[in-house]
Design a protein around this ligand. Structure first.
Ligand code: PHE
Length: 467
């Protein structure tokens, strides 16, 4: 921890925040740890597969650059200026700017949204945990697509097995959050991210040896807009928020610990680039395997669990690399899940006057319980489509609905509010002061994107999906 960390004053009340990141690098690692997770390796490939490939990827990349990155800068900026949990930060900043206290609704949206996301995120994290053991015992060796598919089917079919792994994953997350996020997190991410990169590169290398590499690449990168629906565009935009951990107050919480002298633009660009790179590498690893084995790109949430084991089953040293890969996937999911629990816990802790450990237990137990809905959606309740009477929600289970509600509605809405708050509600000079870029061209481009492009983009996509 740096010497500045105990001397910086966070807000007008003179409160001290002795918990700053030790360096710019530490923040980048932690924010990347939050951003890179199941969203990149599990979700990106399967929604790309479901939405026809190239055109979807193009829209997603545009959303990252034109909407996600500007909003990330805004969210980190708000967090650093406010210096607290999202709700308190919004309340304080609104009071200081002399505007409506209703802006703290944005903080609420984040706390509730993180709560819901973590409830299903933890169940999927549990799948990854269970695959560590499956891989380590050599189950993938020589297995064909049917065997691998059956393995996954058995996992989803057993509520008690899913419950066990969900519980274990949630416990892992709670342990770190109860102890205070930064200490453990900084250390873990330092080696985690590079290791994940290396393993993904290896998988891409394997995919290159299949005769379907070209087909995979063209699936990902040659856009065919006839395959992209308006819902696909919404999914791409929602995913830009999900994968960058935006709109939930997570970047606000992490930004609150960012030392003043660090450039928000630089760290945000670094985080967005790494996140995008990991997602694209995952896509490059997975689609060649999908095509080489005659699998269906639109197979849904099980995609990586039904394709990567085939690669591990065929490559030399596959048992070892497969195990390592799933261990790293668990770590990546873990650091993201920690960032999802943090806003909830920091709010409970600061507002209910209970200790961090108790707050973690209370919040964690509630989220764990809500996770049961996702578990049952995968088996006993898989035929239950609560909103099936609306065309948009036809065939969607509770799990699908929670995913839709958060990624396609709450995150973009949160991001929209961040953009409006930083772009229109806060004074330009205080925004400029916090970003420290002066009135440079970079600043003006960012400000223009934030004030016009981002809100209009989000609204247009919303409206198109309503009509
Ligand atoms: N960005 C994380 C991922 O891609 C998920 C996440 C969403 C984390 C929102 C925090 C907030 O897996």
């Amino acid at each position: 921890m740096s010497s500045t960390s105990t001397t910086l004053t966070r807000d007008a009340s003179g409160e001290q925040a002795p918990r700053l990141w030790s360096s710019r690098f530490a923040f980048v690692l932690a924010a990347t740890g939050s951003a890179v997770g199941l969203g990149n390796i599990w979700k990106f490939p399967y929604i790309t597969g479901e939405n026809g490939g190239g055109a979807f990827v193009l829209v997603y990349l545009l959303c990252i650059a034109l909407i996600g990155l500007p909003i990330m800068m805004a969210e980190v900026m708000i967090g650093r200026r406010g210096g607290h949990n999202p709700i308190t930060t919004m309340k304080n900043l609104a009071a200081k700017a002399g505007i409506s206290a209703r802006w703290q609704g944005l903080g609420w949206l984040g706390v509730v949204g993180s709560f819901i996301i973590l409830s299903f995120y933890s169940v999927i994290g549990g799948w990854a945990v269970s695959y560590v053991g499956t891989s380590a015992t050599g189950t993938f060796a020589g297995a064909d697509a049917d065997a691998v598919g059956a393995l996954f089917g058995n996992l989803l079919g057993s509520p008690s097995t899913l419950l066990l792994w969900h519980t274990l994953f949630m416990a892992l997350v709670m342990v770190v959050v109860a102890r205070g996020v930064r200490a453990g997190l900084e250390k873990a991410t330092t080696w985690l991210m590079p290791a994940l990169f290396v393993l993904l590169l290896m998988l891409v290398g394997y995919a290159f040896t299949t005769d379907s590499f070209g087909q995979g690449v063209s699936f990902l990168f040659s856009p065919d807009f006839s395959k992209l629906s308006t819902e696909g565009v919404l999914t791409a935009m929602g995913h830009a928020f999900f994968t960058l951990s935006l709109g939930m107050g997570v970047m606000m919480v992490y930004g609150a610990y960012l030392p003043k002298q660090v450039s928000i633009a630089k760290v945000s660009i670094a985080v967005s680039l790494m996140d995008t790179l990991v997602a694209l590498l995952a896509g490059l690893a997975i689609f060649p395997i999908v095509f080489a084995n005659g699998l269906e790109p639109g197979a849904g949430p099980g995609l990586i669990f039904q394709t990567l084991p085939l690669a591990f089953g065929q490559m030399p040293g596959g048992t070892l690399f497969g195990t390592l890969f799933f261990v790293l996937l668990v770590f990546a999911a873990w650091t993201s899940a920690i960032s999802l629990l943090e806003p909830v816990v920091s709010w409970v802790e600061e507002n209910k006057g209970i200790s961090r450990v108790t707050s973690t237990l209370v919040a964690g137990a509630a989220i764990w319980t809500m996770g049961l809905l996702t578990i049952l959606s995968l088996n006993e309740w898989s035929g239950f489509h609560p909103l099936g009477m609306f065309a948009t929600f036809e065939g969607k289970t509770i799990f699908d609905l929670l995913d839709y509600l958060t990624a396609n509605i709450m995150l973009p809405l949160g991001g929209l509010l961040v953009a409006l708050f930083a772009g229109w509600a806060l004074r330009r000079d205080s925004v400029q002061d916090e970003l420290g870029m002066g009135d440079s061209a970079m600043f003006r481009i960012w400000y223009g994107l934030l004030r016009y492009v981002t809100p209009i983009g989000v609204l247009v996509v919303f409206v198109y999906n309503l009509i």
